[in-house]
Design a protein around this ligand. Structure first.
Ligand SMILES: Nc1ncnc2c1ncn2[C@@H]1O[C@H](COP(=O)(O)OP(=O)(O)OP(=O)(O)O)[C@@H](O)[C@H]1O
Length: 327
């Protein structure tokens, strides 16, 4: 899968910040006080850019708290980014598996509600209801309120609703890590059907085995940054190497490392982001110039150049001949 396919999602310098600490009243006071700098910010996403194409199945990996769910929530429109741009191609419906279930409603009612929200008619929903229930493996629990479900059951219901909405872009947030193995296999088979239809899938999982088995691209999110993006075989290995290194650290070393990274997420700023954008632009300009000068070298060897070169050689030969003849 790749670049010859249609661009589906294009993100540039996506950021998401959360206000840190302070109580609500302090936050209100900070807003009312024009001299206040406002609450400290935590940069959960520090300016992430990527392109994803039709038919790409993208695994998103990263340690706990690195920003994977935040990114998915921004992609699905559940969270607004603080800045940056995101282009999503055409008629795209994005569904997060775990989000949007109403705890007070039963499984069956949730199916109807979510399907109505996706623009289905009651008749269409009636026709599909049984299929969704059967896929979810929930049996009689389908008429119990969702608040009584385990996380695995919620995930089964959410996944079953999501895949039956026929979305162009499917977003799966760790749904397969909580369900049982049988369901995970069934869900993976369903995702393979989606993949075969050329749909785009974002897939967060802590199981590197699932990521390797199912995805063709991997995005590695590291404390708010996109550390790497590329072919699964490459990035999954890189990530595994890093996690092995990390897990080999002592408890104190790990804690220190995490604290340092979090501190960087607090110290990040609009200025730093601007500098990053500028340096990327400069890099792109330099690359362009490099290409231009490369072409210029090629240009100098066009016919005119060959002509000039030949004339000079003939001139030198004539000079040598004259010198030899007349001393
Ligand atoms: N509503 C919020 N308010 C403040 N901080 C938040 C909020 N939501 C997320 N964060 C912080 O943003 C960072 C990224 O969180 P996120 O849930 O996206 O990470 P993750 O990679 O999905 O983690 P996990 O693998 O544990 O699910 C974390 O440090 C988290 O504490």
């Amino acid at each position: 899968m790749g670049e010859e396919h249609k661009l589906k999602v294009s993100a540039r310098y996506l950021t998401k910040t959360f206000d840190l600490g302070k109580s609500k009243s302090e936050k209100v006071r900070a807003i009312l006080n024009p001299l206040s700098k406002g609450p400290k910010k935590f940069w959960a996403l520090k300016g992430i850019s990527f392109d994803v194409y039709e038919g790409d199945v993208v695994g998103i990996v990263g340690v706990n708290g690195s920003g994977k769910s935040t990114l998915l929530n921004v992609l699905s429109g559940l969270l607004l980014p603080a800045s940056g741009t995101m282009k999503i191609d055409g008629e795209t419906s994005m569904l997060t598996v775990s989000a949007g279930l109403r705890a007070q409603l039963t499984g069956r009612e949730n199916i109807r509600l979510k399907s109505l929200m996706m623009g289905k008619t009651n008749k269409e929903i009636d026709n599909q209801m049984q299929e969704i229930i059967e896929f979810s493996d929930l049996g009689d629990f389908i008429d119990q309120p969702v608040k009584d479900y385990s996380s695995g059951m919620k995930s089964k219901l959410g996944f079953s609703i999501a895949v039956h909405q026929d979305p162009d872009i499917l977003i799966i947030d760790e749904a397969l890590s909580v369900g049982d193995q049988t369901f995970a296999q069934k869900a993976l088979a369903k995702m393979n059907e989606f993949k075969a239809q050329g749909k785009t899938i974002f897939f967060v999982s802590h199981s590197l085995q699932q990521v390797r088995q199912f995805t063709d691209k991997v995005m590695w999110i590291q404390y708010g940054d996109l550390k790497a993006i590329g072919k699964t075989a490459e990035i999954a290995d890189e990530y595994e190497k890093w996690t092995k290194w990390f897990n080999g650290q002592s408890k104190d070393e790990k804690k220190k490392y995490q604290e340092e990274q979090k501190a960087k997420q607090i110290a990040f700023s609009e200025e730093k982001l601007t500098r990053r954008v500028q340096s990327d632009e400069k890099l792109a300009m330099d690359e362009k110039q490099h290409i231009v000068s490369h072409i210029a070298v090629g240009d100098s060897m066009r016919p005119q150049t060959w002509g000039l070169l030949s004339l000079s050689i003939i001139g030198v030969l004539l000079f040598i001949y004259q010198y030899a003849m007349w001393g």
